[in-house]
Design a protein around this ligand. Structure first.
Ligand code: BGC
Length: 430
């Protein structure tokens, strides 16, 4: 029922051999250097106006984490000595599973989104006091100071109107004011910066922060241009010097931002499921998969295959097996071992390529970071791929250890990093 020769050809399109891996790493380094020198590059050097924390910052702060899929608002107690506690939190998806609201749609305006965020801040603050508000805003922005920025573009398929070129911190401040909440952000930061801050609050060897969740990005520590070491956002998801296969090209063309966020479209949670859907559809249409039925909605609706399904397919446990079977039945795909295997093998190849690409980018980052505290180098990471995908973190770490034998490299999964970092930023802002 499956043409294994044709499947093999599709799998090969996702393979990255040693030379290509090295070329990606070398080019990534060149692009950062170019961005640093002010040249034209697909990467950026966006200063966060923050240096690493000491770990002794203290106080009770309100933290907002606005990413591509969820909004979280929490009260964080910074206790000093690298310790913190989440005292209270609310988390809601941008798209309600019951269909009561949807902030991801094309007709959403900036004021609706910021109004929603302000309402949640009000809910969390009810009955509690705060020493300040930190705002993690996980989209490309040029910061003008620690508490102000200019939104450069939206990513992760979001496009609220009337917002590009505006200051997200100001828009939130206005929304809070209109709801009678006497608070405005004292810091606005990217989520990679937040992860960096959380990681380095606990360990001074952190030299980069990275997210692989709905989107992908990495921030690094820069020493050259500033008096103190500066955390800078590279917008690594936009890295574009990459070999694209036919599936990548289809995905890019159908996306909200063709030609942009090329690396993100090859490695992050928003897109991996969609790549699998496109590859399966191609195999089906070329007659390589007997059970393919072109009339099923899943084959006609972009993003209908969520990355979490790929995650179930990898796991060898009965619960994941049930979830996969239930999902296939719901989609109208015959629940047969061969179909599950086809989805699983292709999914694995897609994720393996993501692992290779991310490790190449990290390798460049680590190589250009001076060793300040002996050979130890840590990358603080957060995001659903690191959290849920079996072996994602450890495989990347293994490659880095092999490629950089002269240092002691590790990835530190930083639970809640993108939220807690906003509290640390607010504390640093004073
Ligand atoms: C955004 C980054 C963000 C990353 C991870 C990307 O789409 O451009 O600013 O850090 O997603 O959330």
């Amino acid at each position: 029922m499956v043409d294994y020769q044709m499947l093999k050809e599709s799998l090969e399109m996702f393979q990255l051999d040693g030379d290509s891996w090295k070329a990606v790493a070398d080019e990534f380094k060149r692009e950062i250097d170019l961005a640093e020198a002010g040249g034209s590059s697909s990467l950026k050097i966006l200063p966060a106006f923050l240096s690493p924390p000491s770990g002794n910052e203290k106080g009770n702060y309100t933290a907002i984490d606005f990413g591509g899929s969820n909004l979280r608002v929490m009260q964080v107690q910074l206790l000093g000595l690298g310790l913190y506690r989440i005292a209270k939190q609310i988390s809601r998806p941008l798209q309600d599973p019951q269909g009561r609201y949807d902030f991801t749609g094309p007709h959403i305006s900036g004021s609706e989104i910021f109004g929603w965020i302000a309402d949640m801040v009000g809910e969390v603050l009810m009955g509690s006091s705060t020493d300040g508000l930190g705002f993690t805003f996980s989209f490309p922005m040029q910061q003008l100071s620690i508490d102000s920025a200019r939104l450069l573009s939206w990513t992760k398929e979001l496009k609220p109107s009337g917002t590009v070129g505006q200051d997200p911190s100001l828009m939130l401040g206005d929304a809070l004011k209109s709801k009678g909440i006497k608070l405005k952000p004292s810091a606005i930061i990217n989520d990679t910066v937040a992860v960096f801050l959380t990681g380095s609050y606990c360990d001074a060897s952190v030299c980069a922060g990275s997210i692989c969740g709905t989107g992908f990005n990495t921030c690094i520590l820069e020493y050259k241009q500033w008096e103190h070491p500066m955390i800078v956002n590279t917008e690594a998801g936009n890295y574009s010097r990459l070999p694209l296969n036919i599936y990548d090209k289809v995905l890019d063309a159908e996306s909200e931002n063709p030609g942009q966020q090329i690396m993100e479209k090859m490695v992050s949670g928003k897109y991996l499921g969609e790549l699998l859907r496109i590859a399966l559809k191609d195999l089906g249409e070329r007659g390589a998969w007997g059970d393919y039925d072109s009339s099923l909605p899943i084959w006609n609706q972009p993003f209908a295959l969520k990355t979490e399904v790929m995650d179930w397919l990898q796991k060898n446990d009965p619960q994941a097996g049930l979830l996969t079977a239930g999902w296939m039945a719901e989609m109208g795909i015959p629940v047969r071992g061969e179909n599950q295997q086809l989805f699983s093998i292709l999914g694995k190849a897609i994720v393996q390529r993501a692992i290779m690409l991310i490790s190449a980018s990290y390798c460049s980052v680590l190589q250009r970071t001076p060793l300040r505290y002996g050979p130890r180098q840590l990358i603080a990471v957060d995001g659903a791929l690191f959290k849920h995908w079996p072996g994602f973190l450890s495989e990347i770490e293994k490659i880095l250890k092999r490629e950089l034998p002269d240092r002691s490299v590790s990835l530190r999964y930083t639970q809640d990093g993108s939220s807690v970092g906003a509290a640390i930023a607010a504390a640093l802002a004073g």
